[in-house]
Design a protein around this ligand. Structure first.
Ligand code: SAH
Ligand code: SF4
Ligand code: F3S
Length: 440
């Protein structure tokens, strides 16, 4: 029996897919990448922008015929679009067997059985508490040595453009003790690299009187854990204490994802981000003064073309990018999400003339970001860095790729066969805008 899982969206969805994959494995399925020939097809969806949301429609249209050919196939829609649309998905696509929201995905197996017995099943209930029974890992993923642990679910920040607080519900943290047990279990299974996840992880632990620095210290202490990282930190909740952790904890990777979203105070305010450009740059200044800066891989998210963004606002964003020297930016054009405050205030699509301006600004932003990243990567030329091997090239068995502790991808050759999950020392010989080349 074969199952396939197609995943859209963020790392949290990726992690949820891994959990669902291991549930399916536990009842005898072989889990593979998306296939229209599997016996169970799970589509784990994202609604953060219109584009990823539209993909669900394409995939379901493609599956309609597959299901006609194989009526025993089960199709399950999970994730954020499932949460948002619930039963509507079954009304529109009656061949879907189950619609399961992010808080109910651990019951996938039970719902598959119920759907086979008595027809389509919908569960989009949100839970008040966040506690897992156990860490689930896909057996296959052990070989890559890297695992995620979600430590805080949901989001209470309500940035005006964002659908996440509506589809992922209220912010809820797990207890540090529970997380540490989970992490210990993963490390004993062979995972040497762990990433802790939360939409705004800087607010981790609020309801339990715990906080992110305490969590980082406890997990970092686990014997055998070589790499610890965490995301995403909201600038309004980021603290100096987290910088101390970077300085003090040897296995805490020098990676910080600190989404700026914009560089103009007018736009930041309209986005309800809760900080000014000056606040953001103050954090950057503090990072620059700290011991971690030389190694730090700083990344960000930005939204271009938020309603009322003018050339002056855009210039402020470009200026912020210059000052922060990001290693990478995930940049997208604003997409109005029904139900959000910005959608209520500014409405649906923007006029096409404006859209052209925004597309042009996005290209300018990305071009400059590429140069900055290239310059930053050039500083690594000649350095010898430790890599976690991730895989080898399909075409050339001598070519491998791995990640630095900062998270940068390095391609290198080795005559000797290397296995994913091992650590090697590699000399960086050439920088590129998006990756590095090295020699073993
Ligand atoms: N919790 C994280 C990530 C949220 S979603 C954070 O606070 O940054 C990932 C990214 O998608 C966001 O950082 C934002 O840049 C982008 N995004 C969210 N809503 C969007 C929208 N309506 N239009 C365009 N981009 C959006
Ligand atoms: Fe969305 Fe803002 Fe929450 Fe991030 S912090 S998930 S952008 S509402
Ligand atoms: Fe998308 Fe949901 Fe993540 S909307 S970005 S999959 S939280």
């Amino acid at each position: 029996m074969k199952a396939s899982i197609l995943t859209f969206g963020c790392q949290m969805n990726e992690h949820d897919s891994q959990r669902m994959g291991s549930l399916l494995e536990s009842i005898g399925y072989k889990v593979e990448p998306h296939s229209t020939e599997a016996d169970v097809v799970v589509i784990n969806t994202c609604s953060v922008r219109e584009k990823p949301q539209e993909r669900l429609t394409h995939v379901l249209n493609g599956l309609k015929n597959a299901k006609k050919k194989n009526p025993d196939m089960n199709i399950v829609v999970t994730g954020c679009v499932a949460q948002q649309k619930g039963r509507e998905i079954i009304d529109e696509y009656p061949f879907v067997d189950a619609v399961i929201g992010p808080d109910a995905e651990d019951r996938l197996v039970e719902y598959l059985r119920e759907a086979r017995r008595s027809g389509p099943k919908v569960d989009v209930d949100q839970q008040d508490k966040f506690s897992y029974q156990d860490t689930l890992v896909l057996e296959d993923s052990v070989s890559t040595s890297h695992a995620y642990i979600t430590v805080v679910k949901g989001c209470d920040s309500f940035c005006s453009y964002c659908i996440v607080p509506y589809v992922r519900g209220r912010e809820r943290s797990r207890n540090i003790d529970e997380i540490v047990q989970d992490a210990q279990k993963l490390v004993s299974k062979g995972f040497s690299s762990i990433t802790l996840l939360g939409q705004n992880i800087a607010r981790f632990g609020k309801e339990n009187n715990e906080d992110l620095p305490s969590l980082l210290r406890r997990v970092s202490d686990i014997k055998g854990l070589k790499r610890l990282s965490f995301l995403t930190s909201h600038p309004k909740d980021f603290s100096s204490e987290i910088i101390r952790c970077f300085e003090e904890l040897d296995n805490l990777c020098p990676q910080l994802h600190l989404p700026a979203q914009h560089g103009s105070n007018k736009i930041l305010k309209a986005m309800n981000r809760g900080y000014t450009r000056e606040d953001y740059l103050k954090v950057i200044e503090e990072l620059k003064r700290s011991r971690v800066w030389d190694k730090l891989c700083l990344t960000t998210d930005v939204i271009i073309g938020f309603p009322e963004e003018d050339e002056k606002d855009f210039a402020d964003l470009m200026d912020l990018m210059e000052k922060a020297e990001f290693d990478n930016s995930y940049s997208f054009i604003y997409s109005a999400r029904p139900g959000t405050v910005a959608h209520k205030k500014y409405g649906e699509e923007q006029d096409p003339a404006n859209r052209k301006v925004f597309v042009d600004r996005l290209a300018r932003y990305q071009e400059r970001q590429k140069q900055i990243a290239f310059n930053k990567n050039k500083r690594l030329e000649g350095k010898v860095l430790e890599l976690l091997v991730e895989g080898s090239s399909q075409k050339d068995p001598d070519k491998f790729s791995g990640r630095t502790s900062g998270g940068k991808v390095v391609n290198f050759s080795s005559k000797e066969k290397l296995f994913p999950g091992s650590y090697v020392m590699v000399k960086i010989v050439k920088a590129h805008p998006t990756h590095l080349s090295g020699e073993l």
